[in-house]
Design a protein around this ligand. Structure first.
Ligand SMILES: Nc1ncnc2c1ncn2[C@@H]1O[C@H](COP(=O)(O)OP(=O)(O)OP(=O)(O)O)[C@@H](O)[C@H]1O
Ligand SMILES: [Mg+2]
Length: 328
């Protein structure tokens, strides 16, 4: 486990609803009441199938998307309460690495021009930028002599190194790594993962690492969060979640026996279905979203959202079967 000093980011009851075009009064919830802490210096893995809200959640933590409800705090400060100038400074501390490095880079700009973009935005002069770009190229294992090459002259793995160099240019504290290796050739995936591990250790970074692959998250991350259709179903130490998954969905992921093909967009919430929360906002339909697919389903599962139950040592999961019948 990586030593950590405190909480860097906190999500409290965070929801994100997207309007569904052409369907009045109907919305799809991409993130449904997620509460969690990201600890300083840790690598937190976010796992779930396609459409489970991983990117939406990460973008909200970065301040790129506004939650429909709930609060996100960075270093103890509610980011919604910040002024534009404060938000701009704070955003420099939270950066993102995208899945596809080729589309993340501007093909008409050189490698150096791509990397220096955030430095330009923050007013660095030409010489400062030149020095910093060379330093960054070395940090990510690229040759500064290649600074004037274009993205198409680089391999996918090299392009992802460039994307990583740009992400760390302003010395961020937090990186949201949204499936950073899944678009890469298997032969270079390990190299990029090693680079990310080295950078985290050397620069004292905190990671939110998204993947579909529970095994990869176990390898890369201190703790694992499992999302199902926007709901947090299980969280805990990565080793524990992998070796002793408690939630039926995590077990399905672990066994790689996914038969669920629906996306969160298929789950609709109408004005009438929603349960108002304490603030009177209409938020989520009742019930566990995994219920239609769950081998342990009981009546209550379709009526009430299960509470998070603490199994000890930070291992928590939301399942009525555990709460009511102790079936585990
Ligand atoms: N801008 C948007 N407008 C409407 N719906 C959206 C928008 N962005 C995402 N969604 C929907 O929200 C849900 C969650 O999407 P999201 O991209 O966060 O999932 P994900 O877990 O990152 O999936 P993947 O593994 O495929 O990247 C999906 O059903 C998606 O269709
Ligand atoms: Mg995504």
């Amino acid at each position: 486990m990586t030593p950590h000093q405190g909480t860097l980011l906190t999500a409290h009851e965070v929801y994100k609803f997207y309007d569904r075009k052409g369907q009045a009064k109907r919305q799809a919830s991409a993130v449904d009441g997620v509460s969690l802490d990201v600890r300083q210096g840790e690598s937190l893995g976010l796992v779930g199938e396609s459409g489970s809200g991983k990117s939406t959640f990460g973008r909200m933590l970065l301040g790129l998307l506004q939650p429909t409800a709930g609060t996100i705090s960075y270093a103890g400060i509610d980011i919604a309460s910040q002024t534009v100038a404060e938000r701009r400074q704070a955003c420099a501390k939270r950066q993102m690495v995208f899945q596809d490095p080729i589309s993340a880079l501007n093909p008409r700009r050189t490698i150096a021009e791509n990397i220096e973009l955030p430095l330009l935005n923050f007013g660095w002069d030409r010489e400062q930028r030149r020095q910093r770009v060379d330093e960054l190229l070395r940090l990510v294992g690229l040759n500064p002599a290649h600074r004037n090459r274009y993205p198409h002259q680089f391999s996918g793995g090299q392009c992802q190194r460039v994307v990583i160099a740009r992400a760390i240019a302003l010395e961020p504290e937090f990186l949201f790594l949204d499936e950073p290796v899944s678009a890469l050739d298997v032969s270079v995936q390990a190299q990029i993962l090693n680079l990310l591990t080295d950078l985290k250790r050397n620069l004292g970074l905190t990671y939110l690492f998204v993947s579909h692959d529970l095994r990869l998250v176990r390898h890369m991350c201190d703790r694992t969060v499992v999302l199902f259709h926007g709901q947090l179903v299980e969280i805990g130490d990565s080793e524990e979640i992998y070796e002793r998954p408690g939630h039926p969905y995590t077990r399905a992921l672990r066994g790689a026996v996914l038969s669920v093909k629906r996306t969160a967009a298929d789950i609709e919430v109408t004005e009438d279905d929603r349960t108002p929360n304490r603030d009177g906002r209409s938020l989520s339909a009742g019930g566990c979203r995994y219920a239609p697919f769950c081998p342990l389903k009981m009546d209550i599962c379709t009526r009430e959202i299960p509470r998070m139950t603490d199994l000890g040592a930070g291992h928590r999961l939301a399942c009525h079967a555990l709460e009511k019948a102790d079936l585990f």
